[in-house]
Design a protein around this ligand. Structure first.
Ligand code: 5RP
Length: 262
């Protein structure tokens, strides 16, 4: 029930609820992954069921695909959609230029492909995700399992010559085994503390053999919908430079607020 949500969950919910209003009939919509994106999918599902909204969704993970189908959203593949009107996704960090760190949920590869294939990308986030400098959140890098320890060594060596504070690289685990992405790859988390030049780092990382993709989203995000625990929502558009503030009410709705485990 909404009254039992933590302030962070309320913030994620109102951001997602506001961003759902960007979706219009006939659109092809990229659906992100993570707890904030799960709120979005639930909100959109409700709009499909209650208001007759008609759109097709391209999920960025098997988790999101499953939830989207459960709530009544028509799911298609990116190849079927070819190009998307909008992608709405969460983020682990965003800075003043709306550059992002993503991949905390391990879905960065599909998320980046889908966001890049969209007319616009909207990030939904609670206010705590905003940072002056990216890098406090460990930067996820997706690598192929073959030779992953060699790739890690190469990454560590590479980090010596770039502008970062920390250089620890850890293999993401799922219990006792390596975490495996939807694409069958591993995630190496880079504990950098602060990234001095995100654009340069993104380019350098993707040149290393074994690296599939990194979680830095540079010049991809167009706007961010920032939610607060008191229902306030800011919509910031990087292209127009505008910020709109409004307040959303929490409306009790059993369907929307039950059984959300993501
Ligand atoms: C998944 C992601 C998520 O968008 C990111 O981790 C934010 O998650 P949450 O909304 O649960 O805080 O990049 O790969």
């Amino acid at each position: 029930m909404p009254g039992e949500l933590s302030p962070i969950d309320k913030a994620k919910f109102v951001a997602a609820k506001r961003a759902a209003q960007f979706v219009e009939d006939g659109m092809r919509v990229g659906l992100g992954t993570g707890s904030t994106a799960a709120w979005l999918v639930r909100c959109l599902g409700e709009m499909v069921r209650e208001d007759g909204l008609k759109f097709r969704g391209v999920p960025t993970s098997t988790r999101t695909a499953q939830l989207a189908r459960e709530v009544g959203i028509e799911v298609i593949s990116l190849d079927e959609a070819k190009w998307l009107d909008i992608t709405i996704d969460g983020a682990d960090e965003f800075d003043g230029d709306l550059n992002l760190v993503k991949g905390g949920g391990g879905a960065l590869l599909q998320e980046k492909i889908v966001a890049t294939a969209s007319d616009q990308m909207v990030v939904i986030a609670d206010a705590a995700k905003e940072v002056e400098h990216l890098g406090a959140f460990p930067l996820p890098v997706e690598v192929i399992p073959f030779g992953w320890q060699t790739t890690r060594a190469l990454l560590e060596e590479t980090l010596i010559s770039v502008d970062v504070l920390g250089r620890d690289v850890t293999l993401r685990m799922n219990g006792d085994a390596a975490f495996v992405t939807d694409e069958g790859n591993y995630i190496l988390d880079l504990h950098l503390g602060r990234i001095g030049n995100p654009r340069q780092l993104a380019l350098v990382l993707n040149q290393l053999p074994g690296v599939v993709e990194n979680g830095l989203f540079i010049d991809i995000c167009d706007s961010v919908v920032v939610g607060y625990g008191n229902g306030r929502v800011d919509v910031r558009d990087i292209n127009s430079g505008t910020v709109e503030t409004e307040r959303l009410d929490f409306v009790e709705n059993d369907n929307l607020f039950s059984d959300l485990d993501d």
